[in-house]
Structures are given as structure tokens and as C-alpha cells.
Design a protein around this ligand. Sequence first.
Ligand code: PNS
Length: 164
Amino acid sequence: MATAIYPGSFDPITNGHIDIVRRAHKLFSKLYIAIVANPNKNSLFTADERVEITMAALAEEGIHGLEVISYHGLLIDCAKLHGADAIVRGLRANSDFEYEFQMALTNRDLASEFESVFFMTAKRYSFLSSSVVKEVCMYGGDISNFVPRSVEEALKSKFLHTNR
Ligand code: PNS
């Protein structure tokens, strides 16, 4: 079976991402979660923190046997380095489509050997995003339905120690 790479910002990982991970994990014999570390992304957590938070969240959810990595530069270079056959992405509402289409076609232009594979989100996560989770948490709202407990704790601790 094929190897896949699931790239993203994961700032932080949410239950929506975890749902995609669980489903992709069933289809691909080897799955990497690849966390982008490019400095032009204005992330709340550093790449190392996001790797740590993601690993803790997967352990909490009982998901084992996949690797969490971070990468700089182009996704396709990371995919080549890890011998991936496919790039996994989740699709939520219609609004994701154009961005994902552009990214998939760009990646195919750059390296046609990788197939982009899309997983439709579970209905209950269709409007869930890391940005929404961060905003709700920043203003003291309840995010326990959106992220695992370890992620909730990491967010609360981050907001306690920053001026955001
Ligand atoms: O979770 P995100 O922010 O929607 O993920 C986007 C990501 C990180 C997958 C994408 O921006 C990416 O791969 N960036 C690395 C640079 C790159 O390869 N760009 C060309 C593809 S458009």
C-alpha cells in the first residue's frame, strides 16, 4: 500500500484534522503528518511546539503508528524526501475548494508523481478551523468539543503567557 503525507499548519491540530488522520491512516500503510515551518506563516505556536502538541493529541486519541515531522520550503520536496506517493488534504465547506484546487494543481505542475487525495470532512467539523478555535479560546470560550484536552491546555497556557 502507498505512503501519504498530510501537510498543514496544524496551529494547532483540531478534532477535524484528527478525523482526517484516522481515515487516511486506514487507507495508507505509512502516513506522515507534515507541519510547515515556513517563517512567512504567522503561527501562534512554533513548529517544534506544533509537532509536540500534535504528537500529544494523537497519543491522547489512541492513534499510533504514524510520524509527525516538520518541513521548511516546498511541500513536494518534503514528500520526495519521505518517499510519499500521495498528498492528503481535508475539504470542508465550498470555500476550501479554490485554495485546495490551486495548491493541488501547483503541486502537480511541480512534481506530477504525487497524487493529491481529498477527504471530505465529517459534517460536525465542516466549519471547524484552527483559527476559530484560537479565537474562541483567546476570549475564554469553551473549546472542549473542538480539540483534545492536551491541545486545549496548550492553548490556554500559550494565551496566559502572551499578550494576544
Ligand atoms: O494548513 P494550511 O495552512 O492550509 O496548509 C497549507 C500548506 C502548509 C500545506 C501549504 O501552504 C504548503 O505546502 N506550504 C509549503 C510551501 C509550498 O509547497 N507551496 C507550494 C504549494 S501551493
